[in-house]
Write a protein that binds this ligand. Structure first.
Ligand SMILES: C[S@@+](CC[C@H](N)C(=O)[O-])C[C@H]1O[C@@H](n2cnc3c(N)ncnc32)[C@H](O)[C@@H]1O
Length: 314
Protein backbone atom coordinates (compact mmCIF):
# COMPACT_ATOMS: atom_id res chain seq x y z
CA UNK A 1 0.00 0.00 0.00
CA UNK A 2 1.51 3.30 -1.18
CA UNK A 3 4.78 1.57 -1.63
CA UNK A 4 7.43 3.59 -3.45
CA UNK A 5 8.73 3.72 -6.14
CA UNK A 6 5.56 4.19 -8.10
CA UNK A 7 5.00 5.44 -11.60
CA UNK A 8 2.43 8.23 -11.72
CA UNK A 9 0.98 8.73 -15.18
CA UNK A 10 -1.41 11.58 -14.54
CA UNK A 11 -0.34 14.06 -11.92
CA UNK A 12 -3.31 15.99 -10.54
CA UNK A 13 -3.10 19.64 -9.50
CA UNK A 14 -3.82 20.85 -5.96
CA UNK A 15 -6.65 23.34 -5.33
CA UNK A 16 -4.20 26.01 -4.12
CA UNK A 17 -0.94 27.29 -5.63
CA UNK A 18 2.24 28.44 -3.94
CA UNK A 19 5.84 29.31 -4.77
CA UNK A 20 8.05 26.28 -5.26
CA UNK A 21 5.07 24.02 -5.96
CA UNK A 22 6.24 20.56 -7.04
CA UNK A 23 3.39 19.45 -9.33
CA UNK A 24 5.73 18.85 -12.26
CA UNK A 25 8.26 16.98 -10.12
CA UNK A 26 5.80 14.50 -8.59
CA UNK A 27 6.58 11.63 -11.04
CA UNK A 28 10.32 12.14 -10.57
CA UNK A 29 9.99 12.16 -6.77
CA UNK A 30 7.88 9.02 -6.66
CA UNK A 31 10.04 7.04 -9.04
CA UNK A 32 13.26 7.90 -7.14
CA UNK A 33 12.29 6.88 -3.58
CA UNK A 34 12.23 3.35 -2.20
CA UNK A 35 9.89 2.96 0.80
CA UNK A 36 7.73 0.12 2.03
CA UNK A 37 5.41 1.52 4.71
CA UNK A 38 4.31 -0.62 7.63
CA UNK A 39 0.78 -0.21 9.06
CA UNK A 40 2.00 2.45 11.46
CA UNK A 41 4.26 4.33 9.03
CA UNK A 42 3.49 7.93 8.10
CA UNK A 43 4.32 10.01 5.05
CA UNK A 44 5.53 13.25 6.64
CA UNK A 45 5.90 16.68 5.04
CA UNK A 46 7.09 19.47 7.35
CA UNK A 47 6.93 21.95 4.41
CA UNK A 48 3.72 20.74 2.81
CA UNK A 49 2.85 23.95 0.90
CA UNK A 50 0.10 23.28 -1.66
CA UNK A 51 -0.05 19.65 -0.52
CA UNK A 52 0.29 18.42 -4.09
CA UNK A 53 2.91 15.76 -3.29
CA UNK A 54 0.94 14.02 -0.51
CA UNK A 55 -2.32 14.36 -2.42
CA UNK A 56 -0.91 12.50 -5.41
CA UNK A 57 0.51 9.74 -3.20
CA UNK A 58 -2.58 9.44 -0.96
CA UNK A 59 -0.83 7.49 1.81
CA UNK A 60 -2.91 5.78 4.50
CA UNK A 61 -1.23 7.80 7.28
CA UNK A 62 0.26 11.28 6.88
CA UNK A 63 1.49 14.22 8.92
CA UNK A 64 1.36 17.38 6.83
CA UNK A 65 2.66 20.55 8.40
CA UNK A 66 3.55 24.09 7.46
CA UNK A 67 4.08 27.35 9.32
CA UNK A 68 1.46 28.94 7.09
CA UNK A 69 -1.73 28.61 9.14
CA UNK A 70 -3.94 29.55 6.19
CA UNK A 71 -2.79 26.53 4.17
CA UNK A 72 -3.36 24.21 7.12
CA UNK A 73 -6.78 25.73 7.89
CA UNK A 74 -7.73 25.30 4.22
CA UNK A 75 -6.97 21.58 4.23
CA UNK A 76 -8.57 21.08 7.64
CA UNK A 77 -11.72 22.67 6.24
CA UNK A 78 -11.71 20.18 3.36
CA UNK A 79 -11.04 17.31 5.74
CA UNK A 80 -13.89 18.26 8.09
CA UNK A 81 -16.37 18.69 5.25
CA UNK A 82 -16.75 22.44 5.85
CA UNK A 83 -15.23 23.22 2.46
CA UNK A 84 -16.92 21.02 -0.14
CA UNK A 85 -17.17 21.24 -3.90
CA UNK A 86 -20.80 22.42 -3.62
CA UNK A 87 -20.07 25.17 -1.10
CA UNK A 88 -16.94 26.25 -3.01
CA UNK A 89 -18.92 26.42 -6.27
CA UNK A 90 -21.68 28.57 -4.73
CA UNK A 91 -19.11 30.85 -3.15
CA UNK A 92 -16.97 31.28 -6.27
CA UNK A 93 -20.02 31.92 -8.46
CA UNK A 94 -21.34 34.70 -6.23
CA UNK A 95 -17.95 36.23 -5.42
CA UNK A 96 -16.87 35.84 -9.06
CA UNK A 97 -19.94 37.83 -10.19
CA UNK A 98 -19.07 40.63 -7.78
CA UNK A 99 -15.48 40.60 -9.04
CA UNK A 100 -16.69 40.80 -12.64
CA UNK A 101 -18.82 43.87 -11.78
CA UNK A 102 -16.42 45.72 -9.51
CA UNK A 103 -12.97 44.47 -10.59
CA UNK A 104 -9.92 45.46 -8.54
CA UNK A 105 -12.00 47.27 -5.88
CA UNK A 106 -13.77 44.06 -5.03
CA UNK A 107 -10.56 42.00 -5.00
CA UNK A 108 -9.07 44.41 -2.44
CA UNK A 109 -12.26 44.30 -0.38
CA UNK A 110 -11.99 40.49 -0.18
CA UNK A 111 -8.29 40.78 0.62
CA UNK A 112 -9.09 43.08 3.54
CA UNK A 113 -11.85 40.75 4.72
CA UNK A 114 -9.51 37.77 4.55
CA UNK A 115 -6.83 39.57 6.53
CA UNK A 116 -9.38 40.39 9.25
CA UNK A 117 -11.34 37.12 9.35
CA UNK A 118 -9.06 34.51 7.75
CA UNK A 119 -11.77 32.47 6.00
CA UNK A 120 -10.56 29.52 3.91
CA UNK A 121 -13.12 30.44 1.22
CA UNK A 122 -11.61 33.92 0.87
CA UNK A 123 -8.15 32.34 0.88
CA UNK A 124 -9.18 30.19 -2.09
CA UNK A 125 -10.71 33.17 -3.90
CA UNK A 126 -7.53 35.25 -3.48
CA UNK A 127 -5.16 32.41 -4.28
CA UNK A 128 -6.96 31.79 -7.57
CA UNK A 129 -7.38 35.42 -8.66
CA UNK A 130 -4.28 37.21 -7.41
CA UNK A 131 -1.34 38.34 -9.53
CA UNK A 132 0.65 35.36 -10.88
CA UNK A 133 -0.98 32.98 -8.40
CA UNK A 134 1.66 33.64 -5.77
CA UNK A 135 1.17 33.41 -2.01
CA UNK A 136 2.85 36.26 -0.19
CA UNK A 137 2.36 37.85 3.22
CA UNK A 138 3.87 41.05 4.58
CA UNK A 139 5.88 41.37 7.79
CA UNK A 140 2.65 41.57 9.80
CA UNK A 141 1.43 38.30 8.29
CA UNK A 142 -1.16 39.98 6.04
CA UNK A 143 -1.75 38.69 2.51
CA UNK A 144 -0.46 41.40 0.18
CA UNK A 145 -0.49 40.08 -3.39
CA UNK A 146 -2.06 42.55 -5.84
CA UNK A 147 -4.98 41.78 -8.13
CA UNK A 148 -4.29 39.62 -11.19
CA UNK A 149 -6.09 42.16 -13.43
CA UNK A 150 -8.69 39.67 -14.62
CA UNK A 151 -12.16 40.70 -13.46
CA UNK A 152 -13.68 37.82 -15.50
CA UNK A 153 -11.40 35.34 -13.77
CA UNK A 154 -14.09 33.06 -12.38
CA UNK A 155 -15.59 31.69 -15.56
CA UNK A 156 -17.78 28.61 -15.34
CA UNK A 157 -14.92 26.45 -16.67
CA UNK A 158 -12.42 27.85 -14.18
CA UNK A 159 -14.80 27.34 -11.25
CA UNK A 160 -15.43 23.74 -12.36
CA UNK A 161 -11.70 23.14 -12.55
CA UNK A 162 -11.18 24.47 -9.00
CA UNK A 163 -14.09 22.58 -7.45
CA UNK A 164 -12.93 19.36 -9.12
CA UNK A 165 -9.53 19.90 -7.51
CA UNK A 166 -11.20 20.39 -4.11
CA UNK A 167 -13.28 17.28 -4.58
CA UNK A 168 -10.22 15.27 -5.60
CA UNK A 169 -8.30 16.49 -2.52
CA UNK A 170 -11.26 15.47 -0.30
CA UNK A 171 -11.34 12.00 -1.88
CA UNK A 172 -7.58 11.48 -1.54
CA UNK A 173 -7.74 12.03 2.24
CA UNK A 174 -11.15 10.45 2.92
CA UNK A 175 -11.09 7.60 5.49
CA UNK A 176 -7.36 8.08 5.94
CA UNK A 177 -5.39 8.99 9.02
CA UNK A 178 -4.04 12.40 7.96
CA UNK A 179 -3.03 15.10 10.41
CA UNK A 180 -2.66 18.70 9.26
CA UNK A 181 -0.70 20.85 11.69
CA UNK A 182 0.66 24.40 11.96
CA UNK A 183 4.24 23.82 13.06
CA UNK A 184 7.84 24.62 12.39
CA UNK A 185 9.88 21.94 10.68
CA UNK A 186 12.03 21.15 13.75
CA UNK A 187 8.98 20.31 15.89
CA UNK A 188 7.87 17.81 13.24
CA UNK A 189 11.29 16.22 12.78
CA UNK A 190 11.65 15.72 16.54
CA UNK A 191 8.75 13.28 16.63
CA UNK A 192 9.49 10.99 13.71
CA UNK A 193 9.44 7.21 14.09
CA UNK A 194 11.78 4.75 12.32
CA UNK A 195 9.08 3.53 9.88
CA UNK A 196 8.05 7.03 8.76
CA UNK A 197 9.34 8.67 5.59
CA UNK A 198 9.82 12.41 5.43
CA UNK A 199 9.81 14.53 2.28
CA UNK A 200 11.56 17.86 2.87
CA UNK A 201 10.87 20.78 0.59
CA UNK A 202 12.12 23.94 2.29
CA UNK A 203 11.89 27.36 0.59
CA UNK A 204 14.81 28.45 -1.59
CA UNK A 205 17.56 30.03 0.45
CA UNK A 206 17.36 33.81 0.35
CA UNK A 207 14.76 33.83 -2.43
CA UNK A 208 11.55 34.74 -0.64
CA UNK A 209 11.49 36.95 2.36
CA UNK A 210 7.86 37.01 3.26
CA UNK A 211 6.25 36.22 6.60
CA UNK A 212 5.92 32.45 6.13
CA UNK A 213 8.62 31.81 3.58
CA UNK A 214 11.86 33.27 4.85
CA UNK A 215 14.64 30.75 4.76
CA UNK A 216 18.31 31.44 5.22
CA UNK A 217 21.64 29.70 5.07
CA UNK A 218 21.73 29.17 8.83
CA UNK A 219 18.37 27.43 8.91
CA UNK A 220 19.27 25.34 5.85
CA UNK A 221 22.47 24.16 7.53
CA UNK A 222 20.54 23.29 10.70
CA UNK A 223 18.03 21.28 8.67
CA UNK A 224 20.86 19.30 7.05
CA UNK A 225 22.36 18.58 10.47
CA UNK A 226 19.05 17.42 11.96
CA UNK A 227 18.20 15.35 8.86
CA UNK A 228 21.48 13.42 9.17
CA UNK A 229 20.32 12.06 12.53
CA UNK A 230 16.73 11.18 11.64
CA UNK A 231 15.59 7.69 12.65
CA UNK A 232 13.72 7.24 9.34
CA UNK A 233 14.18 7.67 5.59
CA UNK A 234 14.00 11.07 3.98
CA UNK A 235 14.29 12.87 0.66
CA UNK A 236 14.91 16.58 0.18
CA UNK A 237 14.22 18.70 -2.89
CA UNK A 238 16.64 21.44 -3.80
CA UNK A 239 17.63 23.24 -6.97
CA UNK A 240 21.00 22.07 -8.23
CA UNK A 241 21.92 24.42 -11.04
CA UNK A 242 20.59 26.64 -13.77
CA UNK A 243 22.42 28.27 -16.67
CA UNK A 244 23.79 30.99 -14.44
CA UNK A 245 24.82 29.29 -11.25
CA UNK A 246 25.15 26.18 -9.16
CA UNK A 247 23.72 25.82 -5.69
CA UNK A 248 26.74 25.76 -3.34
CA UNK A 249 24.64 24.60 -0.40
CA UNK A 250 24.38 21.05 -1.83
CA UNK A 251 28.11 20.38 -1.78
CA UNK A 252 28.48 22.14 1.54
CA UNK A 253 25.79 20.27 3.41
CA UNK A 254 24.70 17.17 1.54
CA UNK A 255 27.82 15.40 0.30
CA UNK A 256 27.74 11.68 1.06
CA UNK A 257 24.01 11.37 0.33
CA UNK A 258 22.40 9.73 -2.67
CA UNK A 259 20.99 12.15 -5.20
CA UNK A 260 18.87 12.02 -8.32
CA UNK A 261 18.60 14.86 -10.77
CA UNK A 262 15.67 15.99 -12.89
CA UNK A 263 16.00 18.66 -15.55
CA UNK A 264 12.97 20.78 -16.17
CA UNK A 265 12.23 23.90 -18.13
CA UNK A 266 10.54 27.04 -17.06
CA UNK A 267 9.43 29.91 -19.23
CA UNK A 268 10.77 33.38 -18.69
CA UNK A 269 8.69 34.92 -21.44
CA UNK A 270 6.00 34.16 -23.92
CA UNK A 271 7.99 32.29 -26.58
CA UNK A 272 9.69 28.92 -26.73
CA UNK A 273 13.07 30.65 -27.18
CA UNK A 274 12.90 31.99 -23.68
CA UNK A 275 13.01 28.62 -22.00
CA UNK A 276 15.42 28.23 -19.15
CA UNK A 277 16.72 24.91 -17.97
CA UNK A 278 16.87 24.10 -14.27
CA UNK A 279 18.28 20.98 -12.65
CA UNK A 280 16.41 19.93 -9.53
CA UNK A 281 18.12 17.54 -7.13
CA UNK A 282 16.43 15.05 -4.88
CA UNK A 283 18.81 14.20 -2.04
CA UNK A 284 17.96 10.84 -0.52
CA UNK A 285 19.11 9.04 2.59
CA UNK A 286 21.25 6.04 1.58
CA UNK A 287 19.15 2.88 1.39
CA UNK A 288 16.00 4.76 0.30
CA UNK A 289 16.95 5.62 -3.30
CA UNK A 290 15.92 3.58 -6.33
CA UNK A 291 19.07 2.35 -8.10
CA UNK A 292 20.12 4.61 -10.95
CA UNK A 293 19.50 3.72 -14.58
CA UNK A 294 22.42 4.30 -16.98
CA UNK A 295 20.90 7.53 -18.21
CA UNK A 296 20.49 8.83 -14.70
CA UNK A 297 24.05 7.80 -13.88
CA UNK A 298 25.21 10.55 -16.27
CA UNK A 299 23.10 13.14 -14.52
CA UNK A 300 24.38 11.97 -11.18
CA UNK A 301 27.90 12.83 -12.33
CA UNK A 302 26.80 16.45 -12.36
CA UNK A 303 26.29 16.30 -8.62
CA UNK A 304 29.66 14.65 -8.17
CA UNK A 305 31.30 17.30 -10.36
CA UNK A 306 29.64 20.00 -8.40
CA UNK A 307 30.92 18.54 -5.15
CA UNK A 308 34.46 18.43 -6.49
CA UNK A 309 34.03 21.98 -7.78
CA UNK A 310 33.18 23.07 -4.26
CA UNK A 311 35.88 21.02 -2.58
CA UNK A 312 38.62 22.22 -4.92
CA UNK A 313 37.50 25.80 -4.41
CA UNK A 314 37.59 25.60 -0.64
C1 LIG B 1 8.83 25.22 -1.32
S1 LIG B 1 7.36 25.38 -0.36
C2 LIG B 1 6.75 23.74 -0.33
C3 LIG B 1 6.09 23.39 -1.63
C4 LIG B 1 5.32 22.08 -1.61
N1 LIG B 1 6.20 20.93 -1.58
C5 LIG B 1 4.44 22.02 -2.84
O1 LIG B 1 4.70 21.22 -3.73
O2 LIG B 1 3.49 22.81 -2.90
C6 LIG B 1 7.94 25.65 1.25
C7 LIG B 1 6.88 25.73 2.34
O3 LIG B 1 7.56 25.78 3.58
C8 LIG B 1 6.82 26.60 4.48
N2 LIG B 1 7.77 27.05 5.52
C9 LIG B 1 8.64 28.10 5.49
N3 LIG B 1 9.39 28.14 6.60
C10 LIG B 1 9.00 27.09 7.37
C11 LIG B 1 9.40 26.57 8.63
N4 LIG B 1 10.36 27.19 9.35
N5 LIG B 1 8.82 25.43 9.10
C12 LIG B 1 7.83 24.83 8.37
N6 LIG B 1 7.38 25.28 7.17
C13 LIG B 1 7.96 26.39 6.68
C14 LIG B 1 6.24 27.70 3.62
O4 LIG B 1 5.07 28.25 4.20
C15 LIG B 1 5.97 26.95 2.30
O5 LIG B 1 4.63 26.52 2.24
Amino acid sequence: MNELPVSIEHVRAAPIKCQGIKTRLVPFIFKSIKWTPTDEARWVEPFSGSGVVALNLAPRRALLADTNRHIIAFYKAIQSGELTRTRAREFLISEGERLAKRGADYYYEVRERFNDQESSFDFLFLNRSCFNGVMRFNSKGRFNVPFGHKPQRFTQAYITKIVNQIDWAARQMRDKDWEFRVARWDEILSELQPDDFVYLDPPYIGRHTDYYNSWNEKEAVRLATVARNLPCGFALSMWLENRYRKNPHIAECWSGFESRVCTHFYHVGSTENLRNEMDEALIIKPGFAVPDSDEEETKKEKVAKQSSFKFSAS
